[in-house]
Design a protein around this ligand. Structure first.
Ligand code: AMP
Length: 644
């Protein structure tokens, strides 16, 4: 990428990026030296297209770097983990205490016969036992596969089968919105269909009620810990490229893709981006409002904060329970310095207005990071200006399960560049991206295409578990020899990256290509709108028109006048080409459990088709609601032409 006007005014950012461009291997070699290694690598990078290796011959252990390393540095008494749940429960662990628990759990895993390379599935809430288990597995070279504890039996079974896990860990319940969601019976039904490799199921019991236990297979957590008998919890020296964990991508295909993350490259990647993008350090009290079921939970609830030796907060429950002020009260109570959240969470809080945040002391906060979807300009502005009074930055940044950590973002940790609301800012140091047409031509400034990554970087997944051919096919062979992200985007004249939605969701109206995100952002410009999800509906004249599903803020009611205003707002923002076929008011949008709007489900609704695989959906009722809205509209317009 050429030097941009903005980089010129920021020598620190420019220098780092130039260093990476001049000699990528030396650049990553230096980055790796910030972390503990038992043996130095022979080679920084080896490419065996489509896969690759980082820091070959180097020996390290991700769990050692997170724990033992800090004990050796005299930080044993520092708080490592604060567990908070929506019921008001709090548990604190120092580095010494967490280390002790992890060693104990590692010994128990060995007592169960688990060895280096074995897989185990973790289907648990974001709680200390689950985090301890992840660190313990990694410690002995076993490979964890965490499955979000909101998925149903089908999705869980598929993931267990794909990982070939020997053990499954679960809990009787998880806490959510004042209630309890039972987990153990979901495991039981998942195992009926997909349990061939599973030998034992370990259950963390949190309530008085006894879950159904299958004798000979199921055991409680304390029984599991007692298996340690005589075993050691010592760590294994792992070659840099050996897998630390596998995690299903959020792709909506029926067959899960399990991204592999390694001990060496992954560790270097998430630590480096933690420094350059998030500005993390050991004084942070870090709160990623995610779940251990997602990659954000792996990288920025568990591993990176512990690599930095700071304090990480793990929260179980809903963020607006018992009320929307819960988030802000936690910031005040623990002196949170950094938050990592998602646009869905911001838009959820936006529905309640600024009031819940007022009255809390938020002075400890230094920055709020957001990823997962575009942080649309109106949502950014609300948080940045209305809630935070412009005191600290709210920073959008982009990544995927496969990238392990951020790839595009504002390098806040180096020097904050000017924010362009709605843009994820620049590729981070060491990340070489471009926007290309499907036939591999690089697009000019402002020209829309697919975002690709031209070169591997350390935390990029080097493989899909058990599917070497699919890895090449899905990522490196779609556009000749570059990594295909699947996201539609453009890069502006300053080098800023703007995302428009998934490439396969672009709406084509009379030869114009419009990203779903652009249209949804236009809706959000209207003060009554809390959220919008759009898709293209085939239209004889224009190719496609927009079909929009809109959620209103608290206290706003649907009306013909409001609909007219919304249509005008979108037209004002995007021009007459943004033809809205129909607009539906709904209470919820179909979303994945990680909060991403499922636009393909909206599309199936307006095409009167089966929505296909919806095992990852948050609320199945949302599909019914969308379908009802669409049916009502069709009936109402049956005798008249559709509005457009
Ligand atoms: P996941 O693998 O679940 O982390 O999802 C990755 C996908 O989320 C990306 O390919 C994007 O489509 C979307 N995504 C993540 N962060 C952003 C962002 N800041 N802006 C736009 N899209 C994003």
């Amino acid at each position: 990428m050429t030097e941009t006007a903005l980089e010129l005014i920021n020598p620190m950012v420019r220098d780092l990026r130039q260093e990476a461009e001049r000699d990528t291997e030396t650049f990553w070699d230096r980055a790796a030296q910030h972390l503990p290694w038992f043996r130095t690598w022979d080679r920084v990078f080896e490419h065996d297209f489509p896969t690759f290796k980082w820091f070959t011959g180097g020996e390290t252990n991700l769990s050692y770097s997170c724990l033992d390393h800090h004990l050796a540095r005299g930080r044993a008494g520092h708080t490592a983990l604060i567990y908070v749940n929506e019921r008001g429960e709090r548990r604190l662990f120092t580095y010494a205490q967490l280390h002790h628990e992890v060693e104990r759990t590692a010994a128990a895993l060995r007592g169960m016969g688990i060895r280096k390379g074995d897989r185990l599935t973790v289907y648990m809430p974001t709680c200390p036992e689950a985090i301890t288990l992840m660190l313990a597995a990694v410690r002995i070279g076993a490979i964890h596969s965490v499955v979000f504890a909101g998925f149903g039996a089908g999705a869980l079974g598929d993931r267990i089968a794909a990982s070939g896990s020997r053990l499954v860990f679960t809990a009787d319940v998880t806490f959510r919105k004042g209630g309890e969601v039972a987990l153990k019976h979901i495991v039981d039904s998942a195992l009926k269909a997909a349990g061939e490799t599973v030998e034992r199921v370990v259950v963390l019991r949190r309530t008085a009620e006894e879950p159904s236990m299958e004798s000979g297979r199921d055991l409680y957590w304390n029984e599991f810990l007692s298996m340690a008998d005589g075993e050691s919890g010592a760590f294994e020296r792992m070659e840099s490229n050996e897998p630390a964990y596998i995690l299903a991508t959020s792709g909506t295909t029926a067959k899960p893709k399990l991204a592999v993350h390694t001990h060496g490259g992954y560790q270097v990647g998430i630590y480096s981006m933690g420094r350059w993008c998030f500005g993390m350090d050991e004084a942070d009290v870090w709160w990623s409002t995610s779940d251990i079921g997602w990659v954000v939970g792996h990288s920025y609830i568990v591993y990176a904060p512990l690599l930095f030796g700071c304090t990480t907060i793990a929260y179980e429950g809903a963020y607006d329970h018992p009320g929307p002020e819960a988030v802000w009260s936690i910031v005040e109570e623990f002196g949170v310095t950094g938050i990592f959240t998602s646009p869905t969470a911001v838009r959820l809080l936006m529905r309640y207005g600024e009031k819940p945040a007022s009255g809390f002391d938020l002075s400890s906060l230094r920055r709020i990071m957001s990823a997962g979807e575009v942080l649309n300009a109106p949502a950014w502005e609300w948080l940045q200006k209305q809630v935070l009074d412009d005191r600290i930055p709210v920073i959008d940044h982009w990544w995927q399960t496969e990238t392990g950590g951020p790839a595009i973002g504002n390098p806040y940790g180096v020097a904050m560049l000017p924010t362009k609301p709605g843009s994820a800012t620049l590729p981070l140091p060491g990340i070489d991206v471009a926007v290309m047409t499907p036939d591999g031509r690089e697009c000019g400034p402002g020209e829309k295409g697919v975002l690709v990554i031209r070169r591997p970087f350390p935390s990029l997944t080097p493989a899909l578990w058990g599917e070497p051919e699919r890895y090449g096919r899905d990522y490196w062979e779609r556009i000749n020899g570059v990594y295909f992200t699947g996201d539609s985007a453009h890069i502006d004249e300053d080098g800023y990256v703007w995302f428009a939605g998934r490439a396969d969701e672009v709406i084509k109206i009379a030869a114009h290509r419009m990203g779903t995100i652009e249209v949804e952002t236009a809706f959000l410009k209207h003060p009554a709108v809390a959220e919008a999800g759009v898709t293209g509906r085939p239209d004889e004249v224009r190719g496609e028109v927009i079909s929009a599903f809109v959620v209103l803020k608290e206290g706003r009611e649907p009306s013909a006048d409001l609909e007219r205003e919304l249509r005008e707002t979108v037209r004002d923002e995007l021009g007459a080409v943004a033809v809205i076929g129909e607009l539906h008011f709904v209470n919820t949008l179909p979303k994945t459990r990680s909060g991403k709007i499922m636009r393909r489900v909206l599309r199936s609704v307006i095409l009167d088709k089966d929505p296909g695989d919806i095992t990852t959906i948050e609320d199945e009722g949302s599909v019914e609601e969308a379908r009802r809205a669409w049916q009502e509209l069709k009936e109402a317009t049956a005798s008249t032409p559709r509005p457009s």
